[in-house]
Design a protein around this ligand. Structure first.
Ligand code: CTP
Ligand code: MG
Length: 181
């Protein structure tokens, strides 16, 4: 029998640097697009104006900071979760936090690359792709360095679309984000 409570807490523990990182690009006020305004062979932008160096860098920095703070809290949180979990809390270090945050922004970039290739304009609503691109990237980059179970991945894929949509609506309402998605 899987312990869903500990799988849920461990899933949030691992994905937290990506969640927080992904809230920050709109606050960077980025000006320099990562594709340097260049087009792909199809004549459309590689990533578009929504993906800037400043947004990418700020998100990776903040995500690494959050994960490093988690690393400092590791034994405290582990002592708490060990009460109801058979396994210890998944590893978190500065390096793992960087891998998660960098992976998240890489996934976000890959999502925009796909959107441009299928002809979607910058900011267009791409259900599931917009919500999951960054967690797929984060999981791919951190998979080899921390303990992620099958159930944690399922939980992350179920929780993220809802959490992402809510966060975007709040961001739009606070006038930080252009679109409410
Ligand atoms: N952003 C940024 N740099 C990044 C990612 C995001 O500067 N690497 C900023 C941009 O201002 C962007 C905003 O965060 O408009 C919201 O991000 P997102 O919704 O991912 O971008 P979109 O504008 O919707 O562009 P796309 O259609 O390519 O996803
Ligand atoms: Mg968007």
């Amino acid at each position: 029998m899987v312990n869903l409570l500990s799988e849920f807490i461990f899933a949030l523990w691992i994905i937290m640097p990506a969640y927080i990182a992904n809230m920050f690009p709109p606050l960077a006020g980025g000006k320099i697009p990562i594709d340097l305004k260049r087009n792909w062979i199809d004549g459309k932008r590689i990533f578009g104006n929504g993906k800037t160096f400043e947004g990418f860098g700020l998100a990776v920095f903040i995500g690494t900071l959050i994960g490093t703070s988690q690393a400092y809290l590791y034994s405290y949180v582990n002592n708490y979760t060990i009460e109801f979990s058979a396994t210890r809390l998944p590893d978190m270090t500065l390096f793992i936090a960087f891998a998660i945050a960098f992976g998240a922004m890489f996934g976000d970039l890959a999502g925009s690359f796909i959107k441009r290739r299928i002809g979607m304009e910058r900011g267009a609503d791409a259900p599931l792709l917009d919500q999951l691109n960054f967690v797929v990237g984060a999981l791919l980059f951190s998979y080899w360095f921390t303990q992620i179970s099958f159930w944690m991945i399922i939980i992350i894929f179920l929780v993220t679309p809802i959490a992402h949509r809510l966060a975007c609506m709040i961001g739009h309402w606070l006038k930080v984000k252009r679109e409410p998605w």
